[in-house]
Design a protein. Sequence first.
Length: 405
Amino acid sequence: MNTSARSAWLLMIAAATILTLTMGVRQSLGLFIAPINASTGMGVVSISFALAIGQLMWGIAQPLFGAYADKHGSVGVVQVGGLMLAAGLALTPFMPTQWGLLMCLGVLSAAGAGAGSFSILIGATSRQLPPERRAFAAGFINAGGSFGQFVFAPLAQAVIAAFGWAAALFTLAASSLLTLPLARALRGGAPVASSQSNTVVVEGPSLGSEIRRALKDRSYWCLHLGFFTCGLHIAFLVTHLPGEVQLCGLSANVSALSLALIGLFNIAGSLTAGWLGSRYRMKWILTAIYASRAVLIGLFLLAPRTPLTFYVFAASLGFTWLATVPPTAGLVGKLFGTRYLATLFGLTLLSHQIGGFFGAWLGGVSISRFGDYQWMWIADMVFALLAAVVNLPIREARLPKAVPA
């Protein structure tokens, strides 16, 4: 393996590990709803609202931190984010009120996780890799986030069961501090000067002009609409799947294992999406992913609520879970280049998290008002079908055919 290839792998591994930590922590917070409610009596709706604000804040943070990273590099952004994430988690047990939960989990830790998430990490690596490796790199990094869910969901549930929810949050806070040394591997992500000389690279269009150009592009808005639905799915499931399990009279261990299976199978899904993105048009990949989710949810609603049903559903849906990220990021890079990828992809992630806000919050409203999640499942299925359709008109050039030797 030559030096260039070794450096590329080290860069991708570091970025994937950072996402393992930040996403693993975030995607495990749904396990805390029941124990926090039992301890504080805040109510499921109030706790769900705090986590819904966290979904929104995670999305708002990414284009803001991404814009800074595009100009000044990603190392400091990720390190500050790691400190914020750890602080928000560690302070939560000392502020057992709705406002305290809102500020710690909804604002501080969510913004910190956003600083070490997709747009910053994929942007930092894409600028240092050749075009033909970017789709695979995005899938590889995305798989790191899925691995985090696989590791942290059962870990958090085990610590909650053995030592309580406060100790579990302290454990997650300590784990998130590992992002600080890992961030150093992203150095060199800002395209300010050539690595070969002291010559400053000639600046292209400004960030403002690129944002304006993107906002006039119909394909960019199609990506936003699809990603809004993706956020709705993921936030509803990761926040309220434990509640659905509880409604069925099943053990909390079923929730933890289901969330872990989602993460495990999305490792394969993310790598597959990244591999397919270098061979097929990415809008077709997105259409297939969203359509398959609608089918899977429909089958889940018809199936008996047994542990096996939850495990099969989690594994099947997990394959598509965050597999939307590599083709979405790849399409943004195709349409507008990688110079401001962290910002422009960060804005699509903001749409993702606006959907996430409604998924987490309306799930709580549904269980409070109707006593179950039936209407949310149906809405989830309908939005998946709409997302499949809305990706069809995206403007994407056909891939060149391979010429035989």
